[in-house]
Design a protein. Structure first.
Length: 99
């Protein structure tokens, strides 16, 4: 069995607690989660830049780990861009809604 770093399972109790926070909150929980996600994407991008710099200078210690760091950063950026696109589309749709 392999261990995948950064992936954790969420229990039903945790999901219910998050649901109640979102339902009773003013959106600050969502804003905090979004801020945390952006921070993680930024960290992955920085790791990618370091890996690319190591590759360019020939100082790479483990080519496989460098390739994984680059792949993780690219995938997380694509996901964040898709989330942004969906949020913008939802905002535009709300703007077209007549009251």
């Amino acid at each position: 069995m392999t261990n995948i770093n950064g992936v954790s399972s969420t229990s039903t109790a945790d999901l219910l607690k998050q649901k109640s926070q979102v339902a009773s909150g003013d959106g600050s929980a969502f804003a905090q989660e979004l801020k945390n996600a952006l921070g993680e994407v930024n960290e992955l991008q920085e790791t990618k830049e370091e890996a690319l710099a190591d590759l360019a200078t020939g100082q790479v210690k483990d080519l496989h780990q460098a390739a994984l760091a680059i792949g993780k950063a690219e995938t997380s950026m694509k996901l964040m861009l898709e989330i942004r696109n969906k949020a913008l589309n939802a905002y535009k749709e709300l703007g077209r809604t007549q009251l």
